[in-house]
Design a protein around this ligand. Structure first.
Ligand SMILES: *Cc1c(COP(=O)(O)O)cnc(C)c1O
Length: 444
């Protein structure tokens, strides 16, 4: 502001605009909800995903015509590994067939196996836990911090036993788990950390990319993810030996050219979990847009938070102070309290959908799903683990905060953040209108 007058005028205008905006919002919120016959807030679809242009087509056609379709005969996957390592500041990158196999491979390379325990959060995609079970290791759940939707790092240490061999926090939704606390506990107990960063491409903790803090970090390039080749995955690590062990595991025990036998401590195990050249080439062209898309999501998400924070009963997911960049794979918030006058989340989601705003209720409690009971009752687990340990598992793995979060959570997907500010205003308007009519919607 050049002079006090300018400043005063600016403030007056700003206040008038602010007041007008508040008025407009209040008026819009009063309108009948679409679920009760009103006009929907929005009719156009949100930006689609994945995004494709000529560069992606050319990348795929070039590989097709080359005849070099697998990584052993081409250099697209090698190029992608170098580029992704450079982008994230990691010393090494090993591509894998998908995010699940990036976690399976990381755990294998760290020597996780039968009889071991691995600490995981319950608020995650099932793949995090499947990767542990596939090694006949035991997942041990640590409750969720409902404020952030991330693993409650304050509760990790109490879950460690003499069977614990690794911590596997998840950076959920593009945000970042409390790495200071988790790495502190890991150092104290000399345990490796595998970061499940499958939803957090380019997210940062204290200015450094996620996936580069622990012993290894796993990423997914599945269709819905912020960087995608339909299926695909990658491991980041700053440990050269670990990188080589990862490479061997996903390449049926064969190392990169010229490597000797000194890194073959994989218990004799290996698999083919290789990424194809098509995917490597597609990831290169997709990656050229990642930074820009990521900034757009971040700006829109920040704006959306300022709008949603004003609505009674709405709590957007908070970030830890160390999270300096959120990749916003998901926009997550909770609805709770008296402001909703008994409106169920299911009805809330239905009302939002009717307004033209698609939303999801997210995960259900993973630690209570039947696949875990099946694993615990399986022949292999009965052989590997003492009876008392299997019998006590359920009691030891209760996560009450997570149970509650699973009932209150609402998600918007990352593609909804790729548009403009008006999109965010429409999302907020739909939530505001639903809240304003919560009582009648609950009774309708
Ligand atoms: C997507 C995802 C995975 C698995 O990745 P895929 O590529 O689908 O195998 C693992 N963990 C989390 C948190 C994910 O979101």
């Amino acid at each position: 502001m050049k002079s006090p007058v300018d400043r005063r005028q600016f403030l007056a205008t700003a206040t008038a605009t602010g007041a007008a905006l508040t008025l407009a919002r209040t008026a819009a919120a009063k309108e009948t909800p679409a679920l009760m016959g009103g006009t929907p807030v929005r009719r156009e679809p949100f930006p689609g995903w994945p995004r494709v242009d000529d560069r992606d087509e050319k990348a795929l056609v070039d590989v097709l015509r080359s005849g070099h379709w697998y990584r052993g005969s081409g250099d697209e996957v090698d190029r992608f590994e170098s580029a992704y390592a450079a982008l994230t500041g990691a010393e090494h990158c090993v591509a894998t067939a998908n995010g699940t196999s990036s976690l399976i491979t990381s755990l294998a390379a760290l020597g996780v196996g039968p009889g071991d325990e691995v600490i995981v959060p319950p608020y995650t995609f099932i793949a995090t836990v499947n990767a542990v079970l596939l090694h006949h290791a035991m997942p041990v759940f640590v409750d969720t911090d409902p404020e952030t939707f991330q693993i409650d790092a304050r509760k990790v240490e109490a879950a460690i036993t003499d069977r614990t061999v690794a911590l596997m926090p998840v950076h959920l939704g593009g945000s970042v788990a409390d790495l200071d606390a988790i790495l502190g506990v890991a150092r104290k107990h000399k345990l490796p950390v595998v970061e499940d960063a499958c939803q957090s491409h380019l997210a940062e903790w204290r200015g450094r990319k996620v996936g580069t803090w622990g012993s290894a970090g796993g990423f997914s390039f599945q269709n819905s993810k912020n960087l995608t080749s339909g299926e695909g995955g990658a491991i980041l690590t700053n440990d050269g030996e670990l990188a080589e062990r990862c490479y061997r595991f996903q390449n049926n025990s064969s190392g990169r050219q010229g490597t000797g036998d000194h890194v073959s401590s994989l218990g004799g195990r290996g698999a083919n979990l290789r990424l194809t050249e098509f995917q490597g080439a597609l990831l290169m062209s997709q990656m050229s847009r990642l930074e820009h898309q990521s900034r757009t999501r971040e700006q829109n998400a920040k704006y959306l938070t300022t709008l949603l924070e004003d609505i009674p009963g709405v709590s957007p997911a908070k970030m830890y102070e160390g999270c300096t960049r959120n990749a916003y794979h998901l926009y997550m918030f909770r609805i709770r309290g008296e402001a909703w006058e008994g409106l169920s989340r299911a009805k809330f989601l239905k009302a939002l959908a009717a307004e033209g705003i698609p939303a999801s209720g997210g995960y259900s409690p993973l630690n209570r799903q039947s696949f875990l009971r099946d694993a615990l009752a399986s022949k292999g687990f009965k052989r590997l683990y003492p009876k008392e340990l299997l019998a006590g598992w359920e009691g030891r793995n209760r996560c009450p905060a997570n149970d509650r979060l699973c009932e209150e959570a609402v998600w918007f997907t990352q593609n909804m953040l790729l548009g403009d500010r008006e999109d965010m205003e429409q999302i907020a308007a739909a939530v505001r209108r639903t809240q304003a009519h919560a009582g009648s919607l609950a009774r309708a």
